[in-house]
Design a binder for this molecule. Sequence first.
Ligand code: BG6
Length: 520
Amino acid sequence: MAATLVTPTAINPLRAGMRGTRTIEPCVVVVFGATGDLTHRKLIPALYNLALEQPMPAELSVVGVGRRPLDNNEFRQQALDAVDKFSRRRPVNPNVWETFSRGLFYCQAPFDDPDGYVRLKNLLDQLDRDRGTLGNRIFYLSTQPSYYPTIIENLREADMARRGRPPGSGWARIVVEKPFGHNLESAQGLNDLLSTAFREDQIFRIDHYLGKETVQNIMVLRFGNGVFEPIWNRRYIDSVQITAAESLGIEGRAAYYNEAGALRDMIQNHVMQLLALVAMEPPANFGADSVRDEKVKVLRSIPPMREAEIVADTVRGQYGAGWIGGEHVPGFVEESGIPPTSRTETFVALKLQIDNWRWAGVPFYIRTGKRLTKRITEVAIQFRRPPYLLFRDIGADKLQSNVLSLRIQPNEGISLRVEAKVPGQEMRIRPVNMEFFYGRAFGVEPPEAYERLLLDCMYGDSTLFTRRDETELAWGLVDSIAHAWDHPPATGIPRYEPGTSGPREADTLIERDERTWRRL
Ligand code: BG6
């Protein structure tokens, strides 16, 4: 029996009034890379939390596919350990675990072995019979990206993609983790291959930033309130800053990170998604295609950067050795697995323009980096100063302009900096913050991004997943920058000390325009 979820307005304002009820049909989530880090840290805990908090269909089943020899019980034990360690809701609830774990199964299969897919297919058919999963499957690619092509081809050859099935006879969806390609060409190749097996509406390219509550709230803030949209444009906005700073280093992901660097790891996906949500026009409705059409228009309006602009408007950096939080940390090139000659960037700052009616002339300053002062992701909208300086005589030319900052993490919230009169006989003016914090206002801990995204995939709602054209447009921009950086190959890369806000060159980039970065 399908379970029906009535979406409460307070928890999910985005859907309120638009789709009052959504239905989760019974299905099997097939996780390729069942013993991997992402599966343990994020996917299994997210599925367990969904079982704990949502009226999930009792038939929901999970099949882990991996190369290691495990039986169902060993897989269940690993899953329990993962929930115990990584779930946001602990301790494990024994009753919920009991029911949830009965739906966990393991299928040993090397990803390139067609026989493994036959075994998987038989297991899925058996689950349809035994657990009533109705032929519905979500294939989740959580392996190294080099396995994606072979898994997609094998799913297609084993007739598991269910592309042409009539409605009601069982569906298949595929979730593809990042990195989605390494450049435009490889992303296009992967998209082409996916489209030989799945229709676009079956493909869910995941960007976990879109599952974060506060990222979704950008749309609610803009389009659910009357006060912001009239001033959300070049007439009132001076500039926009997007920051995604981390204090952590590369956390043992040397091989991947050394190939990717901050530009591909963060800018191509998470940061461009934030930018698109901040800059897009109001969609016709909150249907997947309407929202994504508007995001795509923003990406199309970013003009390709010419070489001279790349030189002037982009900065990269790499962290050296030093101290952070009282701890001595190695430099990037001293991290285990990173060649000492690596010039991979761990920091990027960019200035972008969006050439459209709303944003012409408003610079978007973007920065992301590892081993910075602290972890903070925020979007700051800097408004223009008042047109007439009424308080000039009392030092009003020093007034700061209003800033609306959308704090994505941590301490999720929104604050508006306004000028206010300091109490007293004299006329003195000082900036103060009007603040709202999610934790205080709603008194609940936001769910993990993966919970929301897995749930949306079960519903078949791809609004919070990236469409083919979005992915490729973002790669186009990133490719032009990466290409210019590599030609001629850089002989060095600016270094920055851990625990700082990045290389000095990033300050120069923004100070040239008589602006400064917000303090981290
Ligand atoms: C991942 C990147 O996609 O996002 C990581 O690969 C980065 O390098 C992470 O640390 C940041 O995500 P979050 O949710 O911690 O901001």
